[in-house]
Design a protein around this ligand. Structure first.
Ligand SMILES: [Zn+2]
Length: 128
């Protein structure tokens, strides 16, 4: 059930659809990632649960979508710069255990995206 990544749409589409049935947006992000559902709103934008089509097991991953909120272009540029810095920081930190690894960082339709490892947090005492 691919989820449209267009911030004004966010329609859940039937499986096997390549384009959003409502807005026509391409559903397979950079020909690789299927967004499945919204995980939440972060400081920079939305976070989606996604599937990586390029890996044999098609594992889950996390897509972070940068959404400029501010009206002024200077603020938008500044926020975009911070997002890029965040991406660099995550790439460096991702080699450690508790921090999700950064898989990709790119722009599509003038929106910026991060793709990260999905880290499943086990709560104490519930894993037996
Ligand atoms: Zn759509």
């Amino acid at each position: 059930m691919p989820q449209c990544l267009n911030p004004e749409c966010l329609t859940i589409n039937p499986d096997n659809f390549q384009f959003c049935q409502k807005c026509g947006n391409k559903l397979l992000l950079v020909e690789r990632y299927w967004a499945k559902s919204i995980l939440g709103l972060g400081g920079f934008g939305r976070t989606f649960l996604a599937v990586d089509e390029f890996k044999p097991s098609q594992p889950f991953c996390v897509i972070k979508q940068f959404l400029p909120q501010a009206q002024g272009t200077a603020t938008v540029a500044k926020t975009a710069e911070l997002f890029a810095q965040e991406a660099e920081r995550l790439e460096l930190l991702g080699k450690h255990s508790q921090i999700p690894e950064l898989f990709a960082y790119f722009s599509v339709d003038s929106r910026q995206y991060l793709v990260q490892e999905l880290v499943v947090l086990l709560r104490n005492g519930e894993d037996t």
